[in-house]
Ligand binder design. Structure first.
Ligand code: FAD
Length: 306
């Protein structure tokens, strides 16, 4: 069995997600962040990938930083806009660099994209292609959306796609963020009933900043924000609105601090609830922030720095 799948079948895995910073300064600071996160001995760290190949070089550099820190990198990889040959070449390049773990995604064409849609329309195609070309040299994770992907016809159709990913050779699932715990439980039950046996590695989005949280839920994923999360937002609302660069609210700093504290508590409780559901992995979107993330992990008791 493959490395990370085997871990998830044995115990709850623990991992982080990072993104390649846009600036040189950000890249310079990242090894320090990785070093701090590695103190928690994660089973792997995944690195996001710009759909259309917009950050390929930086993504590989970040994978290298993770390897240097002694941890397994998992590269995200999108097929949209790419050709069969291009995908084969790039995946071979990752393998040549010792990166043999991938999250196989469709991706979304970047704003202003002028190229073609590429050879593959869906992640299922990428999974089948990678498995056929590279056999068991690659461990393949796929995305799962507990609330259904934003453009899916129905949750049932989306689950059928997930089953197809498994049938095409995927090894485990990394989930989209989901704050609606009841929906998560229904989805987990439904995928198991549909014959999906892949381990489920749950994505945890730390709640640290109000504008970022709202943006993440509404502008990208159409995620449900449960009553508890809405209460935290309402109680700490910054007037006129949390997106305003110069708010007239005199209590901005206090409200930001109170929101963060309540958000950390909320995140920790979510992690507890996910573990109680018997998930196979906790995958924290670290947002390239080690201090806040370390506080969450330490306070959760999930792992402590030894
Ligand atoms: P798919 O599984 O292909 O699904 C896309 C849509 O098409 C769904 O609605 C599905 O139901 C439907 N569909 C799939 N197959 C079929 C079919 N055969 N017939 C009809 N309909 C079908 N994006 C990035 O650009 N870079 C990243 O690094 C990145 N990281 C991510 C990490 C995680 C954990 C997750 C959950 C998402 C990530 N994304 C990333 C976002 C992802 O690329 C988008 O959500 C994208 O819109 C869909 O990707 P997918 O792999 O889920 O697509």
């Amino acid at each position: 069995m493959k490395q990370l799948t085997a871990i998830m079948k044995e115990r709850t895995a623990f991992s982080f997600e990072l993104f390649p910073p846009k600036t040189d300064k950000g890249m310079e600071n990242l090894p320090g962040t990785i070093e701090h996160l590695c103190e928690f001995k994660p089973d792997y760290i995944s690195v996001t990938y710009g759909a259309g190949g917009t950050n390929v070089g930086k993504n590989m550099d970040v994978c290298g930083m993770i390897q240097k820190a002694g941890t397994t990198p998992v590269t995200h990889f999108t097929c949209i806009g790419n050709t069969r040959e291009g995908i084969k070449e790039q995946l071979q390049d990752y393998l040549d660099h010792g990166v043999n773990n991938m999250l196989a995604l469709r991706g979304d064409l970047p704003f202003g994209w002028t190229g073609t849609g590429g050879d593959f329309a869906y992640a299922t195609d990428l999974v089948a292609f990678a498995r056929k070309e590279f056999g068991d040299k690659i461990e393949i994770a796929v995305a799962g959306s507990p609330e259904g992907h934003i453009s899916c016809r129905s949750l049932e159709a989306d689950i059928a796609v997930l089953k197809q990913k498994q049938d095409n050779g995927a090894d485990y699932i990394m989930t989209q963020l989901c704050w609606d715990m009841e929906q998560f439980k229904r989805w987990l039950d439904a995928i198991r009933k549909a014959g999906i046996t892949m381990p489920v590695d749950v994505g945890i989005m730390p709640i640290l900043d109000m504008a970022a949280t709202i943006n993440m839920a509404l502008s990208r994923n159409a995620c449900v924000m449960d009553r508890k999360l809405c209460e935290i937002i309402s109680k700490n609302w910054i007037f006129p609105n949390p997106f305003d660069k110069e708010p007239f609210d005199a209590a901005v700093d206090e409200k930001k601090a109170a929101f963060k504290e309540a958000g950390i508590e909320y995140t920790i409780r979510q992690m507890d609830e996910y573990r109680a559901c018997g998930v196979d992995g906790i995958h924290m979107y670290a947002l390239n922030k080690w201090k806040d993330v370390s506080e969450i992990i330490n306070r959760s008791g999930l792992r402590t720095i030894v």
